[in-house]
Design a binder for this molecule. Sequence first.
Ligand code: ADP
Ligand code: GLC
Length: 490
Amino acid sequence: MRRPFPLTIAMAASEALPYAKSGGLADVVGALAAQLARLGHRVLLFVPYYREARVRLPHLPRACAPLDLPFPGHDVRVELLRHEPAPGVTALLVRQDDAFDRPHLYGTPDADYWDNAGRFALFCRAVLAGLAALRERPDVLHVHDWQTSLLPLYLRHRPDYAGPLAGTPSLVTVHNLAYQGLFPASALGYLGIPPGLFHMHGVEFHGRLNLLKAGLLYADAISTVSPRYSEEIRTPQFGEGLDGVLRERAGVLCGILNGVDYEAWNPESDAHIPARYTPGDLAGKARCKEDVERLFGFEPDPRTPLFGTISRMADQKGFDLLAAALPQLVALPLRWCLLGSGDRHYQDLFAGLARRHPGRLAVRIGYDEPLAHRIEAGADAYLMPSRFEPCGLNQMYSLRYGTVPVVRAVGGLVDTVRPYDPARGTGTGFVFRDYDVGGLLWAVREALAAFARPADWARLRANGMAEDFSWESSARRYVELYRSLCARRA
Ligand code: ADP
Ligand code: GLC
């Protein structure tokens, strides 16, 4: 049999490790790029050169001469910097300091940056101009979320921007349908969107411009980050107003489950945790628990279960439900430590709740990668009652760390956490259906009951630690999808 030829994959994302991260998108893009390269493909990864990236990597060489991008009324000069984050992956960092050298990626805890549409249109234009300048002709262009969704539109409707790349097949991956990139129609001209596309079967959405919709309509295929979420978003309940578009495009819509980078998230080798451990010897996990208890100001106690949560603080993650359940939650024999940042409202609410319930709830507001690892390792159980969840990574990290997930049956949480069945000893966590206080408390109580039965708890942990969500099989599915797009175009 002839071996299939390796692909050149151009990928564009608004965040990726090791450059900048606000959430799971960065973990996923960084790890997927590396895995695609391990499978023998070439990856050209475009990411903005944010302040965060500049601080980490201040001296990067230029990939080509500066690019002058024509915008209405003026040109914008951008630079393309080159870096190799993993063998086979060439990262191209788009440097334009007015747009990207800022304290945050998308906005402050109070508001998005006012010029996000322009910032990411600039990024998309730089991707096309950069590929042309580097004389690259990728087999496929893979974009992620609304920030890069103008690219499929440009490939189809702006041959002057796309140049030699016009006709390149594209894939858009939806990591979160709740963020659509909604802007006033007046931005159309600046963003280079032909006015003829501003109608309800185009990029118009209730009178405004919807950038994600551009990706959904003009990419050759759409994927989401779990199979369950790819089904859910075709319904009004989860479709965020775009379920009609997604039903129309159901023929090119699929779900590919995110993987885990087990080089970064593995209790056997994690450099951030005070003691390492394996499924066969969990002694180190007890030390990790003590570490987290002390850090959060709890008196160490192996008999009281420690719940952990690490999260963006947004409606999506179930914080209103957690707040509503809190009076009953803190009456149970457990402790809960929370690391989070995001909406000001939730930051203040939970900081206040922690002051009212010392010894039961402890909260750290902030973004802290090493602490995230220590919580994964030190907690007994992981609480993630999402309202919706495209995939979710922390429940998968938890499984590998022997930290039992307590989750809501939604999106990727359904695809990755199997309900525990004590009679058969199968399953990996506790899963509740309804988004209400009763459902959440039921699942927490089930977890507490299992914790009190050491044999059950040991089985749950062992089952979870044996799960394998490594990237290889998911990356292969992306490759199949890329190949099918190339074949269709050919
Ligand atoms: P989402 O992308 O919706 O925020 P995911 O579960 O896919 O959710 O991924 C979240 C990622 O961000 C995980 O790697 C998690 O550890 C990390 N993370 C979220 N909030 C924080 C925080 N406050 N400090 C450190 N890491 C965080
Ligand atoms: C999004 C989703 C999350 C997913 C992540 C990476 O931020 O909210 O569920 O795991 O993207 O795909």
